[in-house]
Design a binder for this molecule. Structure first.
Ligand code: ADP
Ligand code: NA
Length: 332
C-alpha cells in the first residue's frame, strides 16, 4: 500500500483563468492545508504540444508559479517546480509510450477536440501527451490527483497505464491513482457559451475571467455574460436546463464557499440584473488580492527562478529512485 501523496499540474500556456483557479489552484491550497504531501508542477512540456513563443513560455511559467503562490501555496510546504527541470518525467514518459496502446490514446476526447479535423497536422506530442501526464503523476507514486472535470479521462488513462505496467511486469510497483474532482466549480463554463468550458486557449477574451483582469474588466465581462431572461430559482433543480444561469451560480458558490442551495435560498427570485453585480463584487473581492500579489512577485523573477530550482531539486529526490527502480524492473 502507498502513503497518500498528491500531484497536479497546470500548463503555462497563457494567462490563468477563473476556471483554473476554482477547478484547480484553490483546491490545491485546500489540499496543501490538510498536511498531505503535495507536488504541483508547471507542465511546460505539455504546453509545447502546441506552438509556444519562447519568451511567452518563459513568462507564463514564472507567472504560473507566481499565481500558485499568490493563491496560497507555500513553496516550503508544497513542492513547486517546472516539469522540464526534472528529466525523470520525460524518461518515464517514454516507457509509458511503450505501455499505452494506440487505441487508448485515440479515445481521448481532448485529443479529438484539440486535433480537430486536421489531426494529420497535429504534433505527435499532442497525441502522446496523456502518457507523459501519467508519468508526471506516477514518477512520484502519487495516489491522488485534484483536477477539473476535463482531466478525468486522462487520470483514468493513468490508472490503465499503472495497471498494465504492474500486470505486464508482475509487480505491484505503481499506485493506481484516484482523480479528485469535487466542489461546485469542477467545470467552469465560458461566459459566452454555456456548452463550452472556460479556457485560456479560447480565442474570445470575453469568454473568460483572467486572474490578471482588473476590477472594471471583471465587472464588464460578468455584466455581458450570456444568461436567459428568467429570474433565479430558489432551488438547484431549477437550474437543470439553464447552463448559463447554473454556471454563474456555481461560480458564486465556489468563490463564496457557500453551497449552491444556500446561495439560491438567498438570491432566488432575483433578476440577473441584480445578481450579476453581486457576483462581480464577490469576484473582484476574491481575485484582486491574488492578481496584486502575482504582480508583486513578478517584479522579482530571480526569486521565482530560485523557488522553481529548489522545487525541482526536492522533486528529483523523490523521482530519481523511482525511475531507477522502474529501469531495474524493466531490465535496463
Ligand atoms: P486550460 O484548459 O485552461 O488550458 P490546463 O489544461 O492547464 O488549463 O488545466 C489546468 C487545470 O485546470 C486542470 O486541473 C483542469 O482540469 C483545470 N481547469 C481548466 N479549465 C477549467 C474549467 N473551465 N473549470 C474547471 N477546471 C478547469
Ligand atoms: Na485542460
Amino acid at each position: 500500500s502507498f502513503s497518500p501523496r498528491v500531484f497536479s499540474g497546470i500548463q503555462p500556456s497563457g494567462g490563468l483563468t477563473l476556471g483554473n483557479y476554482l477547478g484547480a489552484m484553490k483546491r490545491f491550497v485546500d489540499t496543501q492545508n490538510t498536511g498531505v504531501q503535495s507536488i504541483y508542477c508547471m507542465v511546460d512540456q505539455h504546453a509545447i504540444t502546441v506552438w509556444q513563443d519562447p519568451e511567452n513560455l518563459r513568462r507564463a511559467t514564472r507567472e504560473l508559479c507566481a499565481g500558485y503562490i499568490a493563491s496560497g501555496l507555500d513553496p516550503e510546504k508544497s513542492i513547486l517546480f517546472n516539469q522540464s527541470q526534472v528529466p525523470e518525467h520525460a524518461q518515464l514518459g517514454w516507457i509509458f509510450n511503450c505501455v499505452a496502446r494506440m487505441g487508448w490514446m485515440q479515445r481521448m476526447t481532448q485529443w479529438k477536440d484539440k486535433a480537430g479535423k486536421n489531426s494529420q497536422n497535429a504534433s505527435l506530442g499532442l497525441f502522446a501527451y496523456p502518457a507523459l501526464m501519467a508519468a508526471d503523476i506516477l514518477i512520484y507514486h502519487a495516489t491522488h490527483v485534484p483536477v477539473g472535470e476535463d482531466q478525468k479521462q486522462h487520470v483514468e488513462l493513468t490508472r490503465d497505464i499503472a495497471n498494465k505496467f504492474n500486470h505486464d511486469y508482475k509487480v505491484d510497483f505503481f499506485p493506481v491513482p484516484e482523480p479528485v474532482i469535487e466542489g461546485a466549480a469542477t467545470r467552469v463554463m465560458s461566459l459566452r457559451d454555456g456548452s463550452k468550458k472556460m479556457s485560456k486557449s479560447d480565442p474570445s477574451d470575453a469568454s473568460r475571467i483572467n486572474l490578471t483582469d482588473d476590477a472594471d474588466t471583471i465587472a464588464k465581462k460578468i455584466r455581458k455574460a450570456k444568461t436567459d431572461p428568467e429570474a433565479l430559482p430558489s432551488e438547484a433543480k431549477g437550474l437543470e436546463d439553464r447552463p448559463e444561469a447554473r454556471n454563474l451560480v456555481n461560480i458564486y458558490s465556489a468563490l463564496s464557499e457557500v453551497s449552491v442551495d444556500a446561495v439560491l435560498a438567498d438570491v432566488g427570485g432575483k433578476q440577473f440584473s441584480e445578481f450579476k453585480p453581486m457576483l462581480a463584487e464577490l469576484a473582484v473581492e476574491k481575485l484582486a488580492p491574488i492578481s496584486g500579489e502575482m504582480a508583486r512577485l513578478m517584479e522579482d523573477t530571480a526569486e521565482i527562478d530560485k523557488i522553481l530550482a529548489r522545487g525541482a531539486e526536492r522533486a528529483r529526490e523523490i523521482a530519481s529512485p523511482i525511475l531507477k527502480e522502474t529501469y531495474k524492473i524493466i531490465g535496463m
